[in-house]
Structure formats: structure tokens, C-alpha cells
Write a protein that binds this ligand. Structure first.
Ligand code: B4P
Length: 192
């Protein structure tokens, strides 16, 4: 099993690149953002709780996200690997993922960090907000808050993994296909 984490700030292109990477490498896409949006759409109790946080640009509580990831993992027992997109977003989530990997007798192969400057991130999210209908894209103040939450709560996750020697920083500026080639280069190097 080959597992990959795609990491980076809101709007860096995790979702965009994940769609292409899962197709190329035959991985199961585990996007906590997509799972949470589906729960909101289905109006489940989990979705209703998550909406309160997402609407404000805050993170959904760890226990909610971790439980959701556990059950998604169990639903995909035959996967040849997972691409974790937007997860883990806190050190507590990273520790929970370590436990899950140990339990399933597998490990994280690579952590790819997309590097994009903040003005470009806001520009992309403002543009996405014109068509996405997402409440967290709705205004620039929420987007700026999401960037602050990222720096405070999510950036420490990169430091957590840096000791493992599995982290690679990838330039996330440029065209979608250029960035995809850069990500693929790191994965191919690891798989060979
Ligand atoms: P996510 O769904 O993970 O999404 P995201 O961070 O907003 O965006 P992403 O980085 O995937 O960017 P995209 O490809 O769309 O999170 C949403 C919310 O859910 C979080 O804020 C949080 O509240 C909650 N949540 C999710 N996971 C959680 C967790 N683990 N714990 C707690 N809470 C959690 O790209 C953005 C835009 O840029 C798109 O419009 C795209 O078309 C464009 N774009 C992409 N690449 C480009 C390029 N190279 N050039 C120009 N534009 C580009």
C-alpha cells in the first residue's frame, strides 16, 4: 500500500491536483473537505455540526474528522493506497493517522507540501467563490481567517512530519499541469 499526504494552505490546489494524482496512480482519494461537504449536503447531524465551523473559516473539531476518516478507511479495505487531501490539519489528527497506519500495518510514503504565496491564494479563492457556492469562499475576511487558522493550527503538522524525512516542498505557483509534473516527479522517485 502506498499512502501520500498532499499538504498546504487553503486554495493551494490540493483538491485540483488530487483529482489528477488519484487517476494517474490509482489511489483512493480521501478529502476531508469533500466528505464534510457531502455530510452538509445530506443534512446529517455530523454535517450540521461541521457547517458551524466551516462557515466561519474554522477547523471542524478533531474527533469529528478523525471518526469520519476511520470509517472511510474501513469502507475501502481493498485500496492499493490513499491520497490524503486536507488531512491531517492538526497535530492531533497527524497522531491519529499514525495510529491508524500502524493498525493497518502500513505507513505514509510521502508528504508533499504545496507552496503558494498568500496573495495568490486569496486571488484563487475569490475566483473560486464566484462559482463554487461554498460558504467558506463567500467573503475575503473568511478566506483571510482560514489562512490565519492554517498558520496557527496546520503548519505545525509540517514540522511534525519533517523529522520523518518524508517531506518534500513543491512549488505550487504556475499552471496546473506544471505543478502536476512537479508532484509526479517526487512520487515516481519514491515508487521506483
Ligand atoms: P478543503 O476542502 O480541504 O479545501 P481548500 O483548502 O479550500 O482548497 P484546496 O487547497 O483543495 O484548493 P483547490 O484545489 O480547490 O477544506 C474546506 C474546509 O473544510 C476547511 O476550511 C475546514 O473548515 C474543513 N476541513 C477540511 N478538512 C478538515 C480537517 N482535516 N480538519 C478540520 N477541518 C477540516 O484550489 C483553489 C482554487 O484555485 C480552485 O478554484 C482552483 O481551480 C484554483 N487553482 C488550482 N490550481 C491553480 C493554479 N495552478 N493556478 C490558478 N488557479 C488554480
Amino acid at each position: 500500500m502506498y499512502n501520500l499526504i498532499l499538504f498546504g494552505p487553503p486554495g493551494c490546489g490540493k483538491g485540483t491536483q488530487s483529482d489528477k494524482l488519484v487517476e494517474k496512480y490509482g489511489l483512493v482519494h480521501l478529502s476531508t473537505g469533500n466528505l464534510l461537504r457531502q455530510e452538509i449536503k445530506d443534512k446529517t447531524p455530523l454535517g450540521l455540526e461541521a457547517k458551524n465551523f466551516i462557515d466561519k473559516g474554522q477547523l471542524v473539531p478533531d474527533e469529528v474528522v478523525i471518526g469520519m476518516v476511520d470509517s472511510y478507511f474501513d469502507q475501502h479495505k481493498d485500496a492499493k493506497g490513499f491520497l490524503f487531501d486536507g488531512f491531517p490539519r492538526t497535530v492531533a489528527q497527524a497522531k491519529a493517522l499514525d495510529k491508524l497506519m500502524e493498525l493497518k500495518k502500513t505507513e505514509i510514503g510521502k508528504v508533499l507540501v504545496l507552496d503558494v504565496n498568500e496573495e495568490e491564494l486569496i486571488k484563487r479563492l475569490v475566483l473560486r467563490g464566484k462559482t463554487s457556492g461554498r460558504s467558506d469562499d463567500a467573503d475575503e475576511n473568511i478566506q483571510r481567517n482560514r489562512q490565519e487558522v492554517y498558520k496557527k493550527e496546520t503548519l505545525p503538522v509540517a514540522a511534525y512530519y519533517s523529522k520523518s524525512g518524508k517531506v518534500a516542498k513543491v512549488d505550487g505557483m504556475g499552471s496546473i499541469s506544471e505543478i502536476f509534473d512537479r508532484l509526479s516527479f517526487h512520487i515516481d522517485k519514491k515508487i521506483k
